[in-house]
Design a protein around this ligand. Structure first.
Ligand code: SAM
Ligand code: DTB
Ligand code: SF4
Length: 335
C-alpha cells in the first residue's frame, strides 16, 4: 500500500475541492500493524513533507465553566453522573479569563482554548463566551472554544466574534461509542462539526485512546477523522486520564507504544493537521513524549492544568523541547 499516494502537497485544506484520500478502517489498521520502525519512518516522512519537524505549537486550556455537566461521558470528571469530587462552578468572569489568557501568551502559547462543561450553550451563555473570544483574540492569541453541541446560528455568532477554532471531539470509533456515552449520539457530534465547518471556523477534532477500545476501533476513530471533508486542521489525541470516581478510573493503561502508534497513524492519515499530543502527558516520561513528537505530534497543551486535571509544568515542557533541539512555534500563523 502507498499510504500517501493522493496526499500530494497540493491537496491543501484551503482547497477542499481537490480530492482528499478516503481511508478504510482496514487500511488504517494495516498501518497500526506495521513494524514500529516502519510506521515511525512513514510518519516522519509525512511530517517533514508538510511541517518543520523541530517546531511545536503550544495551546493553553482554561476551564471557563467547570463540572455539573448533564452528559454521561464515562471518562469525564465533569459529568454530573459521576462523583469525581469536583465542585461545579459558574461561568468565569471576563477579567479572570483575560488574566489567564495574558499569562498563557506571555508564557509562550499561541492559542488559548476555553472549555465549558455544557451539553450545549444557551443563548445568554453564548453571548458571554463570544465576548471572551473577541477580547482574547485582541490580545494576539488564536482562539478556540469547546462548549458542546451547537444550535443553528451559534457557530456563525462565534465566527463573528472572531473565533478561530471550535473543538468538538468524536472521542472514539462509532462501534465503541455506545460503551462510553449514551446521552448524545455520534450523529449529533458530526452535525455540530458540520455547523462549525459551514460557518468557516477551523475544526479541532480528535479523540481519546486507552478507554478499552480495540486496535481496530482506534483505527476506526482515526479514519472517521481523516474522512471528514476536509479533515480537521487540529487533531487532539488524548490518552485517557483515569480519574477516580469516573467509570473508567480502573481502566488498564494502554501500552505506551500503542499510544505512539496512534499518533503516527494520525500523522499519516492527516498529513497537514496539527496533531496534538493532548491529555495524558502527566503520566508519560520525557522519553515517551519525545517518541510522540518523533511520530508526528506537533502541538501540545501547555500549562500546568488541562481543564480539571494536572498537566506537566510549562518549564518542564520548554526544557524538553530545548533538550531535543526543538522550539515552540512563534508566529500566530495557522494551522
Ligand atoms: N463539554 C464539551 C464537550 O464534551 O464537547 C467540552 C469539554 S470536554 C471536557 C472536551 C474533551 O475533553 C472531550 O471530548 C474529551 O475528548 C476530553 N476529555 C475529557 N475528559 C478526559 C479524560 N479523563 N481523559 C482524556 N480526555 C478527556
Ligand atoms: C481535548 O481534546 N482535550 C482537552 C481539550 N480538548 C478541551 C481536554 C482534556 C481534558 C482532560 C481531563 C480534564 O482535565 O478534565
Ligand atoms: Fe460534559 Fe464534555 Fe465532560 Fe462529556 S466530556 S461530561 S459533555 S464536559
Amino acid at each position: 500500500m502507498e499510504p500517501h499516494a493522493m496526499n500530494t502537497p497540493d491537496a491543501s485544506l484551503a482547497a477542499p475541492c481537490i480530492a482528499q484520500r478516503h481511508w478504510s478502517v482496514a487500511e488504517a489498521a494495516e498501518l497500526f500493524d506495521l513494524p514500529f520502525p516502519e510506521l515511525m519512518f512513514r510518519a516522519q516522512q509525512m511530517h517533514r513533507e508538510h511541517f518543520d519537524p523541530a517546531e511545536v505549537q503550544l495551546s493553553t486550556l482554561l476551564s471557563i465553566k467547570t463540572g455539573g455537566c448533564p452528559e454521561d461521558c464515562a471518562y469525564c470528571p465533569q459529568s454530573a453522573h459521576h462523583d469525581a469530587g469536583l465542585k461545579a462552578g459558574a461561568l468565569l468572569d471576563l477579567p479572570s479569563v483575560l488574566d489567564a489568557a495574558r499569562r498563557a501568551r506571555d508564557a509562550g502559547a499561541t492559542r488559548f482554548c476555553m472549555g465549558a462543561a455544557w451539553r450545549s450553550p444557551k443563548p445568554r451563555q453564548l453571548e458571554a463566551v463570544a465576548r471572551m473570544v473577541s477580547e482574547v483574540k485582541a490580545l494576539g492569541l488564536q482562539t478556540c472554544v469547546t462548549l458542546g453541541m451547537l444550535q443553528p446560528g451559534q457557530a456563525e455568532q462565534l465566527r463573528d466574534a472572531g473565533l478561530d477554532y471550535y473543538n468538538h471531539n468524536l472521542d472514539t470509533s462509532p462501534e465503541f461509542y455506545g460503551n462510553i456515552i449514551t446521552t448524545r449520539c455520534y450523529e449529533d457530534r458530526l452535525d455540530t462539526l458540520e455547523q462549525v465547518r459551514s460557518a468557516g471556523i477551523k475544526v479541532c477534532c480528535g479523540g481519546i485512546v486507552g478507554m478499552g477500545e480495540s486496535r481496530t476501533q482506534r483505527a476506526g476513530l482515526l479514519v472517521q477523522l481523516a474522512n471528514l471533508q476536509p479533515y480537521p486542521e487540529s487533531v487532539p489525541i488524548n490518552n485517557l486520564v483515569r480519574v477516580a470516581g469516573t467509570p473508567l478510573a480502573e481502566q488498564a493503561p494502554l501500552d505506551p507504544l500503542e499510544f505512539v502508534r496512534s499518533i503516527a497513524v494520525a500523522r499519516i492519515l492527516m498529513p497537514r493537521a496539527r496533531v496534538r499530543l493532548s491529555a495524558g502527558r502527566e503520566s508519560m516520561d520525557d522519553s515517551l513524549q519525545a517518541l510522540c513528537l518523533l511520530a508526528g505530534a506537533n502541538s501540545i497543551f501547555f500549562g500546568d492544568t488541562l481543564l480539571t486535571t494536572p498537566n506537566p509544568q510549562a518549564s518542564a515542557d520548554l526544557a524538553l523541547l530545548q533538550r531535543m533541539g526543538m522550539r515552540a512555534q512563534e508566529s500566530q500563523e495557522t494551522p
